[in-house]
Design a protein around this ligand. Structure first.
Ligand code: URP
Ligand code: ZN
Ligand code: ZN
Length: 460
C-alpha cells in the first residue's frame, strides 16, 4: 500500500522546495516531482507546507504529583499531541527514591501499554544517585533510554547534591548519555516557601514570589560548571529566565556542549497571569514559574540566536475543578504544571515565524530537528527525507486557529492561551504514513504508537 502527498512545499530545518512524496511501509520512499503519480492513495497538499512532525521532548503523562496524577494519560495526551502536529513525545519515566531505575521504567511502560497514539521515547528521572543507580545507567542506555534528568530542586524528593550530579555527569560522558537538569536552587526555595506560609501569604502568586529568577540563574550556572568540570554535555530543561539564558549562551560561546530548552508558557505568558482574580492564578502554578515579561523577550532572542536549542512543553496538566483546588488554602499544595502539548507547534509558528522573529526553518529546527538530533532519534525522526518515518504535518500558513479549552483535546478544563487566535493552521497529520488527524476528525487509535529507542548522545 503506497500513499502519495502531491503538490505541497516541503520545509525542513535547512531546505524548502516543491515536491511530491511517496510513502511506503510508513516511511518516505521517494521525494520529487512525479514520484507519487502511481500511489494507491493520494492526498493533495496544494498551498500547504509539508513539515516534519513535531517532537515534544518534555511531557509528563500520568505523572503523580502533589497527591494527584497529571490529567492526561498516555492516550489523551498523545492524541492531543497529534492534533497539535506533534508526532513524537519524549516522556519522563521516574525512579522514585529507594526504587531501581528498571522499576521506574517498567512502571512507565505499564502506563503507556495499549494507550499511546503517537510514537514515544523516554527520558529517565533519577531520584537516587548512588553506586547502584550509576552502574544501572548503562543497562538503561541499552534499553534505548539515553537521557537522565536530575534536579537541584525539590529537597528530599528529587534533589541531588553537587557531588551526585558531578558523578552522574562523569558516568554519562563515559557511556554516551546526556544529563538533563531541572535547575532551581531548591534549598533556598524551600526556606522562602516556609517563610511565606508562616507569614500567611498563601495565594497562587506566592508560588512565583518564592522561586526568584536568581534561584534558577544560580542553579543553571552551577550545573554548567559541574558539566564543564566533568567534561560532559548538559541539557537544561524548561528555562525561564534571562539569567539562565545568559549562562547557557556564555557556555555555548565558549564551545561547551550545553543545550537549553524553553517552553511556550515562558514565551507567551508572564508573572501578570498570577494576578488574575480569585484562584485563577493557580492555572499557571508550575516550576519554574512564569516570569516578568522582559525574561520572555530574552528567551525569544535566545531562540533567534541559537542560544536555546529546543522548545518543549513540560506538558503536565491538572484540572482546576478537582486538582488545582487542592491548593486553595496554600499555594504550596497546588499541583505544579500546565497543559501545552497540543498548542506548541501553533504557538511557535505564530510567535516565531508569523511575528517575524525567525524563519520557518528555525521553527522546524526548534520543534522537531534539534530534539531529534540531541536525543538520538535523527534522521528517523525530525526531518522529511527518503528513509525517514513519514511523520508529516500539512500546514496552511495562511490559515488561522483559535485556541480554546472548548475545542482542545487535552483532558483539562482550561487552556492557558484561551481565545488566542494564531496564524497558521494544522490541516492534516500523518504518523508513520497513517492519516491520524484530518481537520478536526480523529482517525488514529490508542496503542498504535511505537516505543523509540534513542541513540547515544552526539551521533547525529
Ligand atoms: O511544574 C512542573 N514543571 N511540573 C512538572 C515537573 C517538572 O519539574 O518538570
Ligand atoms: Zn523539571
Ligand atoms: Zn517537566
Amino acid at each position: 500500500m503506497s500513499l502519495g502527498i502531491l503538490n505541497g512545499t516541503v520545509v525542513t530545518a535547512s531546505d524548502r522546495y516543491d515536491a511530491d512524496l511517496r510513502i511506503e511501509n510508513g516511511r518516505i520512499a521517494a521525494v520529487g516531482k512525479g514520484v507519487a503519480e502511481s500511489c494507491d492513495q493520494r492526498l493533495d497538499a496544494s498551498g500547504l507546507l509539508v513539515l516534519p512532525g513535531g517532537i515534544d521532548a518534555h511531557t509528563h503523562f500520568a505523572l503523580p504529583f502533589g497527591g494527584t496524577v497529571s490529567a492526561d494519560d498516555f492516550e489523551t495526551g498523545t492524541r492531543a499531541a497529534l492534533f497539535g502536529g506533534t508526532t513524537t513525545c519524549i516522556d519522563f519515566a521516574v525512579q522514585a527514591k529507594g526504587q531501581t531505575l528498571r522499576a521506574g521504567i517498567d512502571a512507565w511502560f505499564a502506563k503507556a501499554e495499549g494507550k499511546v497514539c503517537c510514537d514515544f521515547a523516554f527520558h529517565m528521572i533519577m531520584g537516587d544517585v548512588n553506586a547502584q543507580s550509576l552502574d544501572d545507567m548503562q543497562s538503561v542506555m541499552d534499553a534505548g533510554i539515553t537521557s537522565f534528568k536530575l534536579f537541584t530542586a525539590y529537597p528530599g524528593v528529587f534533589l541531588s547534591t553537587d557531588g551526585e550530579i558531578f558523578q552522574a555527569l562523569q558516568r554519562a560522558e563515559r557511556i554516551g548519555a546526556l544529563i538533563q537538569m531541572h535547575a532551581e536552587n531548591g534549598s533556598v526555595i524551600d526556606v522562602l516557601v516556609k517563610q511565606a506560609i508562616e507569614a500567611g501569604k498563601t495565594a497562587p502568586v506566592h508560588h512565583a514570589l518564592t522561586r526568584p529568577s536568581i534561584a534558577e540563574g544560580e542553579a543553571t550556572h552551577r550545573a554548567i560548571a559541574l558539566a564543564e568540570m566533568a567534561g560532559a554535555p548538559l541539557y537544561i530543561v524548561h528555562m525561564t529566565t534571562a539569567e539562565a539564558a545568559d549562562a547557557v549562551a556564555a557556555a555555548r560561546a565558549r564551545g561547551l556542549r550545553v543545550y537549553g530548552e524553553t517552553c511556550p508558557q515562558y514565551l507567551f505568558l508572564s508573572h501578570d497571569n498570577y494576578l488574575e482574580p480569585g484562584f485563577e492564578g493557580a492555572k499557571y502554578v508550575m516550576s519554574p514559574p512564569l516570569r516578568p515579561k522582559p525574561h520572555g523577550e530574552r528567551l525569544w532572542r535566545a531562540l533567534q540566536a541559537d542560544e536555546i536549542s529546543v522548545v518543549g512543553t513540560d506538558h503536565c496538566p491538572f484540572r482546576m475543578k478537582d486538582q488545582k483546588v487542592l491548593g486553595r488554602d496554600s499555594f504550596a499544595k497546588i499541583p505544579n504544571g500546565a497543559p501545552g502539548v497540543e498548542n506548541r507547534i501553533q504557538l511557535l509558528y505564530h510567535g516565531g515565524v508569523a511575528a517575524k522573529r525567525f524563519d520557518v526553518h528555525r521553527f522546524v529546527d526548534l520543534t522537531a530537528t534539534a530534539p531529534a538530533k540531541i536525543f538520538g532519534l535523527f534522521p528517523r525522526k525530525g526531518t522529511v527525507a527518503v528513509g525517514s518515518d513519514a511523520d508529516l504535518v500539512l500546514f496552511d500558513p495562511n490559515g488561522s486557529y483559535t485556541i480554546s479549552a472548548k475545542t482542545h483535546h487535552m483532558n483539562v478544563d482550561y487552556n492557558p492561551y484561551e481565545g488566542l487566535v494564531v496564524q497558521g493552521k494544522i490541516v492534516k497529520v500523518l504518523a508513520r504514513g497513517e492519516l491520524v488527524v484530518d481537520g478536526d476528525r480523529w482517525l488514529g487509535r490508542a496503542g498504535r504508537g511505537e516505543f523509540l529507542k534513542c541513540g547515544p548522545f552526539g551521533l547525529a
